[in-house]
Design a protein around this ligand. Structure first.
Ligand SMILES: *[C@@H]1O[C@H](CO)[C@@H](O)[C@H](O)[C@H]1NC(C)=O
Ligand SMILES: *[C@@H]1O[C@H](CO)[C@@H](O)[C@H](O)[C@H]1NC(C)=O
Ligand SMILES: *[C@@H]1O[C@H](CO)[C@@H](O)[C@H](O)[C@H]1NC(C)=O
Ligand SMILES: *[C@@H]1O[C@H](CO)[C@@H](O)[C@H](O)[C@H]1NC(C)=O
Length: 697
């Protein structure tokens, strides 16, 4: 479930081109000679090694296209036979290159629809018309027959039940939308909330409806947001009957094993206990198409909704309600234990086999999954083929590269979470970095989010760098649970047919990536990062960007607590310590360099290992055993998802939670908890500074 278009975390402007500019200044000859040496140092990044250029030259769009076509022949949600077959396909492709490959199965709680019905009457007592709740195929659709296998449109983990009540329009279903309704005297209690997709995670849309007292929720796809131009198959937009399916679980991993792995014979909650969790939506809910959404809004009366709540051209005037429209929603779900499978493939390192660079992408899809996620799977398999060709030319990675293909990401990042939980201590002590690609390709433009020490490495390849705070994909367990530096990449910001029946090979071929060059581009960047992280003797991490991000976050907090009894000096002091640690490690690296330039025969492997270990473990120090207040699985105190939108990224999420709470209540006790959170982040930053500088107090 990567973020969809309008929920993309804010992206920073493109970083200015840096090193290349130096060569543009013509210099007088003498000065130029004097500069020659330092100029060389300025171009610090080594020229791509032989194997890196070879890797880049080996890309094959035909290979990527062939894998994508094979993977997307049938709908393949987690737990279904088609997805087990897809796991075998991925495992066979990876083993065919001679990489030791295995499946890691887990038994987890998934959710499927058994019965759905939704009918609308224009007023109480009037005749009700039932919606078909079907996504239509088009004449000549090569996937029409396979479409019959798709799961009916539903929201995973929605509560079973039947509700007949007046409808209320709730815009994007955010907390502020319900606050507006309350201010206008619209009482949502016992009603069916009708909200549109596009601003927050759908699990938050349903939760906000429940918190406002709604008895059920309906989420629709507004044409204004998802069909600005032509609809598929004539254009990339969402067709009138297109429905965004998806999960409404706000937790991560298997709901029966919160905080621990779903290993065989493990301790488990009962299904009833798991479904009673506050991370579950708790009310019946259904997703509907743009056409059905408009039909409902047509008969909702009451006050006219504000301008920014309205639809596009041709849409009816949206009103707040409640009623007179009555919706009768019945949903029965099957919450059942099912087997999922990750595919894990290992290319062992030659010199440091105990250090891991992990590449991951998920495989399960709500329907055909051409964009989400199999564009990424196709890129992974294409990249694996290139690694094999490199091996044949003599390449031996210095460190171990692990290729992972996750299952059940769509339900709650489940496959990656269970594996990280099961291997937590090993991964936390050995992993250099995690590189995620979910949907690789949806259109033009390169997008990446990363923990900041990887910025510089990404800069050559990327135009825009965001931060990995949100909980949108499989990097979550790596960064937020165990503190591994991570990157998440894609080409194209988002796409309209997301999680619908129309996310198929035809859509990619016509609109997403007609020549499959974008697939190759993603595989190139992904593989190049892996090669650099695996092969460069000193880890290409730069913590200066991290310090800057910590400072920016502190300045943000400063603005938000102005005039309040909150003291930020512990935070500023810890950031200062962190910057001193960066200077120390830099000077150690310079000394190492100088030492070698005078005595190249004296390489110093233990010193190199010491510095690399510190660079690797610094991110870990930002995690804390107890985790975020009230959200103990999230151990990382610097980056985490916003409490109010699982897709949203927050720097210092615990401080943000506390400030939002304090502003609501505004009593001195609640400002004390803001101060407590400031102390907590200062403490982990001090820990990180000690690790980076390799110093005991
Ligand atoms: C909303 O309606 C419910 C049930 O009808 C009622 O109990 C509640 O007091 C109402 N809330 C407001 C703010 O009027
Ligand atoms: C709502 O729909 C269900 C299923 O179609 C039906 O059994 C039930 O009678 C309806 N309820 C009302 C109040 O119309
Ligand atoms: C629920 O799912 C399980 C496992 O797929 C299946 O065996 C069972 O028949 C389903 N129950 C219903 C009522 O459909
Ligand atoms: C791969 O690229 C070549 C050259 O750009 C192009 O002719 C070919 O059609 C592409 N393959 C696919 C499957 O799109």
């Amino acid at each position: 479930m990567p973020r969809e278009d309008s929920t993309q975390a804010p992206l920073l402007p493109a970083p200015p081109p840096r090193r290349a500019a130096a060569s543009l200044h013509p210099l007088p000859l003498l000065v130029a000679a004097a500069f020659a040496v330092s100029y060389h140092l300025l171009l610090a990044a080594p020229p791509p090694s032989h194997y890196q250029s070879l890797f880049l030259s080996l890309g094959s769009n035909d290979t990527a296209a062939a894998h994508l076509r094979a993977l997307t022949a049938r709908p393949h949600p987690a737990g279904m036979e088609a997805n087990a077959l897809a796991a075998n396909y991925v495992a066979a492709a990876l083993s065919s290159h001679g990489f030791p490959t295995r499946l890691t199965p887990y038994s987890v709680l998934l959710s499927y629809p058994i019965h759905r019905s939704l009918s609308l009457s224009a007023a109480p007592g009037r005749d009700a018309a039932a919606f078909a709740l079907r996504q239509e195929t088009y004449p000549g659709d090569p996937y029409a027959a396979a479409s019959a296998e798709a799961v009916p449109t539903f929201l995973a983990y929605a509560a079973s039940g039947s509700v007949a009540a007046e409808a209320v329009y709730a815009n994007y279903g955010r907390a502020e939308d319900y606050a507006y309704l309350a201010a206008r005297g619209v009482n949502v209690t016992g009603k069916v909330a009708v909200a549109r997709y596009g601003k927050v995670y759908r699990g938050d849309i349903v939760k906000n409806a429940r918190d406002a007292g709604a008895a059920a929720a309906v989420i629709y796809t507004d044409f204004k947001d998802y069909t600005p131009g032509k609809a598929f198959p004539d254009g990339p937009g969402m067709p009138p009957t297109g429905v965004q399916v998806g999960s409404t679980f706000k937790g991560v991993g298997d709901p029966t094993t919160p905080m621990w792995a779903s290993s065989e014979g493990c301790e488990r909650l009962s299904v009833a206990e798991a479904m009673a969790s506050d991370d579950m939506p708790g009310i019946p809910a259904l997703p509907v198409s743009g056409r059905d959404g408009e039909a409902i809004l047509q008969v909702i009366g009451g006050e006219v909704a504000p301008e920014d709540w309205q639809g596009g051209d041709g849409a009816p005037v949206y009103r707040l309600g409640p009623g007179p429209a009555v919706l009768n929603l019945t949903y029965t779900g099957n919450e059942t234990m099912a087997t999922i499978q990750n595919v894990i493939s290992v290319i062992e390192g030659e010199e440091e086999p105990e250090r891991y660079i992990i590449l991951g992408n998920h495989r399960d899809a709500w329907t055909f999954g051409a964009v989400d996620p199999n564009s990424g799977t196709a890129a992974l398999l294409e990249l694996a083929q290139r690694f094999r060709k490199l091996q044949k030319k003599g390449w031996k990675p210095r460190r171990t590269i692990i290729l992972c293909n996750w299952d059940a990401e769509e339900y709650g990042l489940t496959g990656s979470t269970e594996w990280v939980e099961e291997n937590r201590a090993m991964l936390a002590s050995r992993t250099i970095a995690y590189l995620n690609v979910d949907s690789a390709v949806a259109g033009p433009g390169f997008y990446a989010s990363a923990t900041p020490q990887l910025d510089e490495l990404l800069q050559d390849a990327s135009k825009q760098i965001g931060r990995l705070g949100g909980g949108g994909s499989d990097y979550s367990a790596f960064v937020q649970h165990i503190g591994v530096p991570s990157v998440d990449m894609s080409i194209g910001p988002g796409y309209a047919v997301y999680h619908s029946l129309y996310d198929d090979f035809t859509w990619i071929e016509k609109f997403g990536d007609p020549l499959f060059r974008r697939h190759v581009a993603v595989a190139s960047i992904w593989g190049l990062l892996a090669l650099k992280l695996s092969d460069e003797e000193i880890l290409p991490f730069n913590y200066t960007c991290y310090a800057r991000e910590l400072e920016n976050g502190a300045m943000d907090i400063n603005k938000r607590v102005l005039g309040m009894p909150v003291n930020l000096s512990p935070l500023y002091k810890s950031i200062k310590e962190f910057k001193r640690a960066i200077l120390k490690v830099d000077s150690e690296l310079k000394a190492l360099e100088t030492w070698r330039s005078w005595a190249p025969w004296r390489n110093n492997p233990l010193k190199v290992k010491d510095i690399n270990d510190r660079l690797m473990m610094t991110e870990r120090a930002f995690t804390e055993r107890e985790g975020l207040s009230g959200r103990p699985w999230y151990k990382h105190l610097i980056y985490g998802p916003s409490l109010y939108n699982d897709y949203g990224a927050e720097v210092y999420p615990g401080v943000d939670d506390a400030i939002q709470r304090a502003k609501r209540t505004n009593i001195s006790e609640s400002w004390k908890s803001v101060q407590h959170e400031i102390h907590r982040i200062s403490r982990v930053i001090n820990q990180a500074a000690l690790v980076l500088s390799g110093r005991l107090t």
